[in-house]
Design a binder for this molecule. Structure first.
Ligand code: SF4
Length: 183
């Protein structure tokens, strides 16, 4: 009969073996971003203006041609800061810089009825509810009351596309419509 050797306890304790600890760390950057929502509001508004100013250039190059590199940048930056899921229609500036797509139920208009007493999610108990965070983040923002706006249903065909470019093209079209002389 062969006995497998028993592992001996040692002084060495590998770091990061606590599951709750590991899960908490997963959310730490996104929570930090919400705590700095005012700063990110400022950064986003500036970026939106710059992208809009560059609209003639994007038009010249072709929005479809620049989509790929912009998606790569947007996904890397927002993925790191907000755990962005690239839904294609960004709500961050209306939701206290807390991405609603991180809600396991993908709720874009407020929390479900299952928020725990400690403000955590009922589906992922270690995760603070994205809507509790959204409310906290919105209270620091200048346009924080946008959180009261009703978000339209998400067009799933936009997934994986650039919300930055979409918002820019839509704003440019709106500006042009305002400037166009009435027939
Ligand atoms: S709302 Fe959409 S685009 Fe904005 S961070 Fe969340 S998944 Fe990304």
């Amino acid at each position: 009969m062969v006995f497998a050797p028993k592992s001996q306890p040692t002084a060495y304790q590998p770091s990061g073996v606590s599951v709750p600890g590991r899960q908490r760390r997963r959310y730490s950057v996104r929570l930090w971003s919400v705590r700095h929502s005012r700063l990110f509001e400022l950064v986003y508004n500036t970026l939106a203006e710059v992208l809009l100013k560059l609209h003639p250039l994007w038009n010249l190059l072709g929005y479809h041609r620049i989509e790929r590199p912009i998606v790569a940048i947007e996904s890397a930056v927002k993925g790191f800061l907000f755990d962005c899921r690239m839904c294609g229609r960004c709500a961050l500036s209306d939701t206290g810089m807390s991405c609603p797509m991180n809600c396991p139920k993908s709720l874009r208009n407020g929390p479900c009825g299952g928020v725990r007493a400690n403000g955590h999610c009922e589906v992922e108990p270690e995760m603070p509810c994205v809507w509790v965070e959204a409310w906290n983040g919105s209270r620091q923002m200048k346009s924080g009351d946008n959180i009261l706006k009703v978000q339209k249903p998400l067009d799933q065909s936009l997934r994986g596309s650039s919300a930055w470019l979409r918002a820019t093209a839509e704003r440019a079209a709106k500006d042009q419509a305002v400037k166009a002389p009435a027939p």
